[in-house]
Design a protein around this ligand. Structure first.
Ligand code: NDP
Length: 435
């Protein structure tokens, strides 16, 4: 805490990982040699920079840009960019740390990074967003490269923003090497990348349910958020026979007792992705749905909860409410949406609970597949990418079961994900010497 003052999210992420790893490390003391743990919690490189850009009124705006290159131990730095006013060093350091473990879990050779800016895309015109993206990349460009660091999207950064940044990068470097993932299909993007995080989260939850002889068919599901991850989590859960009754954003929750169908989901996507509207705008267009202003979805009775919005959106009280209402499975599509207390409460009560670094790894895994396709100058059919995504999620689930077995026969997905990711990174660090 003394080395990272004022960084609560970063300390939270490190505490969660270290507490869960500790029993394993005590049994394997080689992992404490040569200050390995101290090195692992210190990012290899932290870049902060000014981003100046001109708004539509001709005024100069100034934002702060970041890239945290946490670990290159197992491959080039890899992780998304977040544009949101809440972005700061603590948030991005926690995300880069988590990303390092998540990327190790995918089994693909990718190190961990995260970046972004406190720029708020809400209310900005498309040309303002473009000018901001170009200004951001004009500095970031010197720090990234296809074998150095390959960013992608995250909150506030979707296909449109990745396109603007990839375009500017090409212009600056005269190179079309793969330096962003989540690109448009016309210029090297991968089929299924937009769907991958949401689909992957549902695939992971499906594997969890299978361990208890259950499936999504007929279950009621709540989803939080209404962005990229949430939309495709809704789509896949519906496809597997579930009734999805909520989506949300920072203004409140849409509660749809009858459940989403394909037509409603298409409308939600149109409102969010093309009109850049709010879920309240969507609710106003659909008869029979309620808009619960200022509320999260966690008060609603469901079998499965998929938090897909942001960090710390589900606290201990929410966990207690969900459990009192009979929730049986919670799989995180977002990064660290449950607080440590909430996550522990789920595990203690025997609720199937998956931390984001395991259940939302499908997005970065498919980014890894986009990198493979770009290197091979090929593009694979959707079925092939989706098939590989499913296999990767099943592989991560199996790794969690293997490393998360407790003496009493139960499984901790928290421990499983942390230990499985850690062993790979730590072994790579040991093999490459003290750096
Ligand atoms: P989007 O920007 O597409 O959507 C974010 C959603 O979360 C929006 O509905 C947004 O609502 C809501 N949200 C953001 N901040 C808050 C807040 N403070 N309180 C309540 N709601 C909030 O982002 P993504 O869907 O890409 O990302 C969602 C989560 O998934 C993040 O945690 C991200 O790190 C994680 N993730 C994303 C991956 C990806 O491939 N995109 C990969 C792995 C993890 P509003 O519009 O009101 O802000």
């Amino acid at each position: 805490a003394q080395r990272n003052p004022g960084q609560p999210e970063y300390l939270q992420a490190v505490t969660e990982v270290m507490e869960s790893l500790w029993p394993f490390i005590e049994k394997h003391p080689k992992y404490t040699e040569n200050s390995l743990l101290e090195r692992l919690v210190e990012a290899e490189r932290t870049i902060m920079f000014r981003v100046s850009w001109i708004d539509d009124k001709g005024h100069v705006q100034v934002n702060r840009g970041f890239r945290i290159q946490h670990s290159m131990a197992i491959g080039p730095y890899k992780g998304g960019l977040r544009f949101h006013p809440s972005v700061n060093l603590s948030v991005l350091k926690f995300l880069a740390f988590e990303q390092t473990f998540k990327n190790a879990l995918t089994t693909l050779p990718m190190g961990g990074a995260k970046g972004g800016s406190d720029f708020d895309p809400k209310g900005k015109s498309p040309t303002e967003v473009m000018r901001f993206c170009q200004a951001f990349v004009s500095e970031l460009a010197r720090h990234i490269g296809p074998d150095t660091d390959v960013p992608a999207g995250d909150i506030g950064v979707g296909g449109r923003e990745v396109g603007f940044m990839a375009g500017m990068y090409k212009k600056l470097t005269n190179s079309s090497a793969c330096v962003f993932t989540g690109k448009g299909l016309a210029f090297g993007g991968s089929l299924i990348r937009p769907e991958a995080t949401g689909y992957g989260t549902v695939y992971f939850a499906q594997e969890m349910l299978k361990t208890r002889g259950q499936s999504f068919d007929g279950l009621t599901v709540s989803v939080s958020g209404s962005g990229n991850v949430a939309q495709y989590a809704v789509e896949k859960a519906m496809a597997l026979g579930a009734k999805v009754v909520t989506v949300s954003d920072s203004s409140g929750t849409v509660y749809d007792k009858a459940g989403f169908d394909a037509e409603k989901l298409a409308l939600l996507m149109d409102v969010k992705n093309h009109r850049y509207g709010r879920v309240s705008d969507y609710a106003a267009l659909v008869p029979g749905v309620e808009f619960l202003a200022g509320q999260t979805p966690w008060g609603i009775k469901v079998d499965v909860a998929l938090p897909c919005a942001t960090q710390n959106e589900l606290n201990l009280e929410d966990a207690k409410t969900l459990m009192a209402n009979g929730v049986r499975c919670v799989a995180e599509g977002a990064n660290m949406p449950a607080t440590i207390e909430a996550a522990k409460a789920f595990e203690a009560a025997g609720v199937l609970y998956a931390p984001g670094k395991a259940s939302n790894a499908g997005g970065v895994a498919t980014s890894g597949l986009e990198m493979c396709q770009n290197s091979a100058r090929l593009s694979w059919p959707a079925e092939e990418v989706d098939g590989r995504l499913l296999q990767i999620m099943q592989g991560i689930h199996a790794a969690c079961l293997k490393h998360g077995q407790r003496a009493d026969g139960t499984v901790s997905y928290i421990d499983g994900a942390n230990v499985a990711g850690f062993v790979k990174i730590a072994d790579a660090m040991i093999a490459q010497g003290v750096l």
